[in-house]
Design a protein around this ligand. Structure first.
Ligand code: HEM
Length: 370
């Protein structure tokens, strides 16, 4: 892909695809030419207007920078660091709940609930409501639990969960307005952007973004890590000898990037390599492919746990560089080290793994280990 057609136009999907590291990097660092603002036509009316809200993810500077400033501090490395012991406790609780079964599905038993719980706590969801909150999040991301339901039923359940969660947050926002706490909801409600506080809709947009951007991605990072470690010549046990879990997690992010691509829209007629791109064209940059570019990484098809330097683009690059990168890294490192402390040996219990159903996400639906 990198050599044969590093940049190509896909007639069916009506967009440009960009695969090479340097090209992906350049697009992400030029928000003036390649905008994150969604084209107006992509914004439906009525039931989906919750996601058409303006968030930092779909605005460009300078508005983007103003919105991002509101929640930048709580996600900085120094601010998330103190969460480590708590993340370890939660991980232990999830392991305790299934350890007697002799088998643990990394996806369902650990990697899905962990990020939801952590972000719920940061946002400020009271402890008593977290179980309900997790159910809504699960339904929104995966659909209802029943094994065989129609696509329509899934959609209905997802819309209902979204509506219930929005109502719940609206009430919580009201409570925090009167009685602020040391949590993200209170930060967002009381922040001023360009001299005015955010509307209720904008506040909801913030909370929705934090939930949606951070959960399935971190789930996939933790799960992909176990899969990558299993590919090492002497299996998952050898992870104990990995000199640095920090470097190994970075290599998982490069080798099996949880988000494979992000998209932009050209604001003006421009050039991408030797191609002419017109204003309004959609440009999809494949950071997952860029992370396998042989011009940037030696032996890119091999998982090298202590690869260094490792300037992967798994969290994007430029102004939209992932807000939750430090939190996701911390969750992954703590969850993995806790797992390896608890289990002396670990093997994949299944080799036929079902990928998650998505073009842009990279992960598996279940990952049983024993
Ligand atoms: C942005 C990946 C975890 C919140 C991004 C972007 C990527 C990404 C590629 C750039 C999007 C773009 O350029 O259009 C990931 C991966 C994660 C992860 C791979 C886990 C392994 C999280 C977590 C949170 C989060 C835990 C929050 C709690 C965000 C937000 C943005 C973002 C708010 C938008 C930032 C902006 O527009 O300035 N993420 N993310 N992410 N991520 Fe993450």
């Amino acid at each position: 892909m990198h050599e044969e057609s590093p940049i190509r136009y896909d007639e069916d999907r009506e967009c440009w695809d960009v695969f090479r590291y340097d090209d992906v990097h350049d697009v992400l660092h030029d928000p003036e030419t390649f905008s994150s603002e969604r084209p107006l036509t992509a914004q439906g009316e009525g039931e989906t207007d919750g996601m058409a809200l303006e968030t930092m993810l779909n605005t460009d500077p300078p508005r983007h920078d103003e919105l991002r400033k509101v929640v930048d501090d709580p996600f900085k490395p120094g601010a998330v660091k103190h969460l480590a012991p708590h993340i370890r406790d939660i991980t232990n609780e999830y392991i305790d709940a299934v350890v007697d079964d002799g088998e643990l599905d990394v996806v369902a038993d650990l990697a899905t609930p962990l990020p939801v719980t952590v972000i719920a706590e940061l946002i400020g969801v009271p402890a008593d409501d977290r179980e309900q909150f997790k159910q809504w999040s699960d339904t929104i991301v995966e659909g209802p639990e029943a094994a065989t339901v129609s696509a329509e039923t899934v959609k209905e359940a997802q819309l209902q969960a979204q509506a219930e969660m929005a109502t719940y947050f609206t009430e919580l926002i009201e409570r925090r307005r009167e009685d602020p706490r040391d949590d993200l909801i209170s930060d967002v409600i009381h922040a001023e952007v360009e001299g005015t506080t955010l509307s209720e809709g904008e506040t909801l947009g913030f909370l929705a973004l934090l939930l949606i951007a951070g959960n399935i991605t971190t789930t996939n990072l933790i799960t992909n890590a176990i899969r990558c470690f299993a590919t090492l010549h002497d299996g998952i046990e050898s992870v104990r000898d990995i000199a640095s879990l920090e470097l190994a997690v970075e290599e998982v992010l490069r080798y099996q990037s949880p988000i494979q691509a992000v998209s932009r829209v050209a604001t003006t007629d421009t050039r991408l390599g030797e191609h002419s791109v017109e204003a309004g064209d959609r440009v999809v940059v494949w950071n997952g492919a860029a992370n396998h570019d042989g011009d940037k990484f030696d032996d890119p098809g091999t998982f090298v746990p202590d690869r260094s330097p490792n300037q992967h683009l798994a969290f994007g690059s430029g102004v939209h560089f992932c807000l939750g990168a430090h939190l996701a890294r911390l969750e992954a490192r703590v969850a993995l080290s806790t797992l390896f402390d608890r289990f002396e040996t670990m093997q994949l219990a299944e080799t036929e793994l079902q990928p998650v159903e998505s073009t842009f996400l990279y992960g598996v639906q279940r990952l049983p280990v024993q």
